[in-house]
Design a binder for this molecule. Sequence first.
Ligand code: BES
Ligand code: MN
Ligand code: ZN
Length: 492
Amino acid sequence: MTTTLKIAVAENVDLASYDTIAFGVFTSDAGLEVPGGDGSDAIPSIIDTAFAKRHHFEAKKGQTLVIRQEQEGPTVLAVGCGDGSSQENWRHVGASVVRSSVGRRALLLLPILETPATGVLGEAVTTGALLASYSYSVRSDDPHEGLESLDVGFVNGGENPELLVGVAAGIAVAHAVSFARDMVNEFPSSMTPTKLAEEATTLLSSAQRVTSEVWELERIKDEKLGGLLGVARGSHQDPRLVVATYSPEGTPTHHVVLVGKGVTFDSGGLSLKTAGGMTTMKTDMTGAAVVLGALSACHDLGVRATVTAIAPMTENMPGGEAIKPGDVLIARNGTTIEVLNTDAEGRLILADGLSLAVEMKPDAIIDVATLTGAAVVALGTGVAGLLSNNDELAQSLDEAGKLAGEPLWRLPLVEEYESHIKSEIADIKNIGAPGEAGTISAALFLQRFVDETPWAHLDIAGPARSEKTSGYLVKGGTAFSLRTILSYLRSL
Ligand code: BES
Ligand code: MN
Ligand code: ZN
């Protein structure tokens, strides 16, 4: 599925050969400015304020206005880019060109700006365009409509190595996100742990400087992954755990371990969810898809740190062998866990994933999980929760999230709430106090498995899915946080 849109850098621009010619428009004090416009009919340098007003065009990010449309020749499209200074605005420009172009072939003319620099700008429009053109469907008669190719370039042509690099980076990022979205969107009886591990292996086998391993049931037992084994007991599907590592050329600057929740379907187990609560639970493996997708792009993006991805994968089902409320599991690091609600399964499998991560003695651990309904209540579907034992790491991720257009909001690891996860009989229990700080108590649970390692937890339960197609999001899996993680890794 993914996308069939071809993006290329136009060198000697032949305007007449396109169905649509698009360019960005800024809001500036002078009015609606077209940076890079040459004042010709096709590319004006300013948009008439009265004309814009009549069409309610204010050059807000992603807003479009048809400037010229005749029987013959290209349609000319103005695309708002706000004040034009952020990557996020330019991603929306790329997305709007895809959504509003007429015909099959479009050209997006770019300005040369101080910020964002040409490479960043090229990457942003490429990423936005490719992510907006993403689709997933298993319909038997899916007609392919819409844009076939998008060229990006400058009004006065010429080779631009920076732009080429930026476009290539955008393609790598979008490829990783499309992989993750595909994994999430595939229906859950198809996307089993076995299938997810296989797909990840296929993806990573074509990535450079990446090695990967799949642990099957026997290995998972030998390695004493008690949380993962416990959750998997209720399912006919065997669990899997994927461990993959990217090693950069030269001496690595850091070692970061990413851990992703891979529950391929969350029925709740014996603590069964409601019918409504279950309908989107194929999304519950987003964390695994995100960390594996991110790893696949590290080489192409020139990441200088060693990056390991650990993804425990299982279904959470209420089969005859399922764990029961009241059961005790022993996690990889020896911690005993009283399971009082089998629907709080994510933390059980992450307990093992985090324990393995700590054993690698990395500089930082980041876990990604659709972990709590409470995060959806607190932050909605546009923002992910960020919880961390390390201010520097939290701040770096917060900045990376801003650049990526994936906002994170930090919640505190309130020490007093440790009492919420105290168990009568075991080291901890897997649920907190009813109706209180569910996202925080889940994170406090996870913190028990990271020792002193700098660690951040991203609870993406809300933004992992989008209920509408808009901007560069497409209804379904979003792979939220994947671009943030890449942005963070590239900063190391
Ligand atoms: N996968 C869910 C969390 C979730 C809920 C993600 C809604 C996306 C949308 C998780 O496994 C879960 O069921 N959490 C429970 C924990 C509770 C039983 C302590 C929850 O949040 O209700
Ligand atoms: Mn659950
Ligand atoms: Zn879950």
